[in-house]
Design a protein. Structure first.
Lengths: 304, 338, 252
């Protein structure tokens, strides 16, 4: 039983230790962005959704750092509040899809045989759609709302985690200590919970941080298309769409929410890349062996 | 090799079948009556019933699925509710335009991304590498729709260097009409020697293609860098070094070719991704491709059209994956065994 | 040809090779023997400045060039053209996507061999003669590395040295990855080079049988240090260090 310990220790060690400067930059940015979203009501210079038609479409100034939109709302305030919606969507999507994906993946990987085949063929079908297309199609046929975006993206995203978890669960299921536990008569659910699941989590956690940027971008795209959050909710993608018609004359209305999306996605992407490099580095030996096929797999995972 | 091919083709067919079913399920999820969308709100009950019969909406679901598959196979992809044309004909016009845009973007991405990746690998962990890594992560982090708006604002509206929207100057249709061969405007203009339309299309292509190119350029640069660094650590670079070759020529003349394998497969995958990413860009630049067609379909709840677009792009995606796997199978015998 | 004094190679604080003295004269063959990890390969690579991230001190002259102080450009000029490396794993040492002839032609062009009218013919003639000198068919120049055998790859590596007109060959376990019969071919080629062309040879090997047939002098290394050195006949017949005796006893 004690053989599982090193992996758990390893897991704990990977997460808080920031492996390179890029990842550190990403982590700092994310902390700042999350804090800004949490404390939006205190940080925002104006009450949320305060209309002020007299002050409509004013350029950035001392009173309105990011200017005001067509109904006189302060853009900075809206960007701060928009972060709450956008980050909430991203977190909810990742939580839902990884919960479903890891559960199915671990079951598939541990059980093997036809169970694995069926689950993996289903993930193949979902993965056959580009993520944006599938979520677009789903969001289109449902009522536009924040929940729709979350649902559509979670449906799109879970197969990635299923695949990842299945692969690592399958390799763990063949290790000595799992065999030993099985021979000792430890019931399968307990083996899965105590040994297979914890050891399958590291790659999933790294993948979560890599995916956060992509999920944020796609959810913003859906909102931009009008399929997600609705007026008067502040959401970055939606705000870009609202400012779009004014863009040539009053650029700031769409510029700042767009920047917010970019900076947040950037922060998640550099953090994820740094964590992945750290993970690859640590399992350097294993990586050598599968050099070529891994590259193709990596290519497939980069592009969703 | 043949057995691998057959197995891989079988898998692809299975996936396409799944894609068809999934598309069908999504279409069935649509709230409201598609017949109403087709006939319009003022239709009489008789007209509605006729539409119901025409689209087979009264049949049980499995029968509808079977009908759907049969229609698809016989080339009937349904009638678009908003253009009132067969979806297949609409796609036949829209897809080449998207291909034109995404193809140009990928050319830009390869021409820029690979040299940039080489530069980063050559000066690994030094200043150029840091710049390239930050730049490429930035390129994949920019929301395309926002980048499209920003470039449009700066280079079209303000500086007036490039046209704001469209595929080519509309007046040219009367002054020098284009003969269609492939439906890809720029290719047709080139083979028929229609220079006014050719140059106009090129001019219109620049901004949207640059926007679509941002993401693939970023991933291609990252992948080239990673693959080159891996290849640069192989034994053969030591012999090349021992022969007196410099680091730059080792990377470009000996390591680049083997390193390009994963990059090539990446290009096939990024193509399908960019096709969808291009949807948002097409809407902003009013490019007459799949994206604009999809956007119009979304607005008018045009289920057959949406299903057609979804199916086409998903099949393209499956094809791209298939091509990548087969290429990998040729290159690396180990993938065949799996 | 090779002159080494007080060479120390360090990775961080660890000294992986410490060679007080090593000389290889024209037409001479010196062998460094020892088990893997004894620092013999590192010593060899450091002579061409090919060790990565290692700290090297001492005095090293190869073909009249002070390797440790030479500019990277000067170092690249002697690499290949005057001092050639033959590596252990022959196929992995060749770039997988480059035809052998292309590699050789690029190397010739890089060092300007076959361009001056006085030189020994056109590049094509030089290449043909070089591969024939190692008893390979010319046709091999059109092949890719995975299409040839290990022995052929190793002989091709030697042909590269001949074509470039190298004066010294540094061979790192040139036969250990090969079958016994193929080993004999490669050894024959190396010996022929030495006798007919007067090339100097620095050989790293754990194969004492090979060493006894070809080397004039021997250095025995253990854990980075030279434990014994001297004429091959003497060291192999009357080893003075227990470690050398151990190595000899391990022979079949």
């Amino acid at each position: 039983m004690t053989e599982a310990a090193p992996a758990e220790v390893r897991l704990r060690r990977t997460l808080p230790r920031i492996p390179d400067r890029f990842a550190a930059l990403g982590a700092v940015l994310i902390v700042l962005i999350v804090l800004a979203a949490i404390f939006a009501p205190w940080l925002a210079p104006y009450p949320a959704d305060q209309l002020n038609p007299v002050e409509a479409v004013r350029p950035p100034s001392g009173a309105h750092w990011f200017g005001t939109d067509q109904v006189g709302r302060d853009v900075l305030t809206r960007v701060l509040y928009g972060g709450r919606t956008s980050l909430f969507i991203a977190v909810a999507v990742l939580a839902a899809s990884s919960a479903v994906g890891v559960t199915l993946g671990v079951v598939a990987g541990y059980a093997g045989g036809w169970v694995r085949d069926v689950i993996m063929r289903i993930t193949d079908v979902f993965l056959a759609f580009p993520a944006l297309l599938l979520s677009l199609a789903l969001a289109m046929v449902l009522q536009p709302s924040v929940n729709t975006v979350i649902l559509a993206l979670a449906v799109t995203w879970w197969p990635w985690y299923a695949r990842l978890a299945a692969a690592s669960a399958a390799s763990i299921a063949t290790r000595g200590y799992v065999d030993a536990a099985r021979c000792l008569g430890v019931p399968a659910p307990r083996i899965v919970l105590r040994h297979v699941l914890p050891n399958s989590l590291t790659p999933v956690l790294v993948q979560l941080s890599l995916d956060a940027g992509g999920v944020l971008l796609i959810s913003a795209a859906l909102s931009y298309l009008g399929l997600g959050a609705q007026e008067p909710t502040a959401e970055w993608g939606l705000m870009v769409q609202e400012g779009q018609t004014l863009f040539t004359t009053n650029w700031w209305v769409a510029m700042f929410p767009g920047l917010a999306i970019m900076v947040t996605a950037f922060a998640f992407n550099v953090l994820g890349e740094g964590l992945r490099n750290a993970l690859d580095h640590r399992s350097g030996g294993a990586r050598r062996e599968r050099a070529e096929p891994a590259s193709a797999e990596a290519a497939a995972r980069v592009v969703k | 090799m043949l057995r691998y091919l057959i197995r891989r083709l079988g898998q692809a067919l299975l996936v396409v079948a799944g894609v068809v079913v999934l598309t069908f399920v999504i279409m069935r999820l649509v709230p409201g009556d598609p017949a109403v969308a087709f006939t319009g709100p003022k239709a009489t009950p008789e007209e509605l019933a006729a539409a119901h019969r025409r689209f087979g909406l009264d049949d049980p679901i499995p029968v509808q699925l079977l009908d759907y598959v049969r229609d698809l196979l016989s080339g009937d992809w349904g009638i678009s509710l908003h253009t009132k044309q067969p979806v297949r004909d609409d796609l036949y016009l829209a897809f080449p335009a998207s291909l034109e845009l995404v193809g140009t973007a990928l050319v830009i991405a390869v021409v820029v991304g690979i040299p940039v990746g080489v530069l980063a690998a050559r000066f690994k962990t030094k200043f150029p590498d840091i710049g390239v890594r930050l730049g490429s992560v930035l390129a994949v982090s920019i929301p395309v729709f926002w980048l499209a708006l920003a470039l449009q604002l700066v280079f079209a509206s303000t500086l007036d260097w490039f046209p704001i929207a469209g595929e080519y100057d509309g007046e040219l249709d009367t002054t020098s009409p284009l003969t269609l061969w492939t439906n890809i405007t720029i290719v047709d203009a080139l083979i028929t020697g229609n220079w006014p339309i050719f140059t106009s299309t090129l001019h219109h292509l620049v901004l949207p293609a640059l926007v679509v190119a941002a993401y693939p350029t970023g991933v291609i640069a990252q992948m080239t860098r990673a693959a080159l660094i891996e290849e640069g650590g192989q034994d053969h670079t030591r012999l090349e070094r021992a022969l007196g070759f410099g680091e730059t020529s080792i990377l470009t003349r000996f390591a680049l070719r083997p390193a390009l394998n994963p990059v090539l497969s990446l290009i096939a995958l990024v193509f399908a991704y960019s096709l969808v990413n291009g949807f948002l860009v097409e809407a902003i630049f009013n490019w007459p491709g799949l994206g604009r067609y999809a956007a119009d379909s979304i607005r008018s709840l045009d289920t057959p059209a949406i299903a057609g677009v979804t199916l086409l792009v998903a099949v393209m995606y499956v094809l791209a994956n298939l091509v990548v796997d087969i290429l990998q199978g040729f290159v690396d015998p180990r993938t065949r065994a799996r | 040809m090779i002159e080494v004094r007080d060479l120390k190679v360090r990775y961080g604080a660890r000294v992986v090779a410490d060679v007080p003295e090593l000389d290889v004269g024209e037409g001479e063959c010196v062998a460094i023997v020892g088990e893997s990890g004894s620092g013999k390969s590192t010593t060899l690579l450091s002579l061409l400045g090919l060790t990565q991230d290692a700290e090297i001190s001492g005095h090293v002259r190869v073909c009249g060039v002070d390797v440790l102080t030479a500019s990277p450009r000067r170092l690249r000029e002697i690499r290949g053209a005057r001092a050639a490396l033959v590596m252990q794993s022959p196929q992995a040492a060749l770039s997988p996507a480059t035809r052998l002839g292309v590699l050789m032609r690029r190397a010739l062009k890089l060092h300007g061999v076959g361009t001056a009218p006085s030189a020994g013919g056109t590049p094509d003639e030089i290449m043909d003669r070089a591969v024939e000198a190692v008893m390979l068919d010319r046709e091999i120049l059109r092949r890719y590395p995975h299409e040839i055998s290990g022995g052929q790859a190793q002989r091709f590596a030697i042909a590269l040295a001949i074509a470039l007109g190298a004066e010294v060959i540094l061979a790192d376990e040139p036969t250990s990855a090969l079958d016994v019969t193929v080993q004999a071919e490669v050894v024959a080629v190396l010996r022929g080079l030495r006798e007919e062309r007067g090339l100097a040879l620095l050989l790293v090997s754990h194969d004492l049988a090979l060493v006894s047939t070809i080397a004039d002098r021997v250095l025995v290394m253990k854990d980075g240090a030279v434990v014994e050195s001297g004429p091959a006949a003497r060291v192999l017949a009357e080893p003075s260090h227990p470690y050398t005796r151990e190595l000899l006893e391990a022979l079949p």
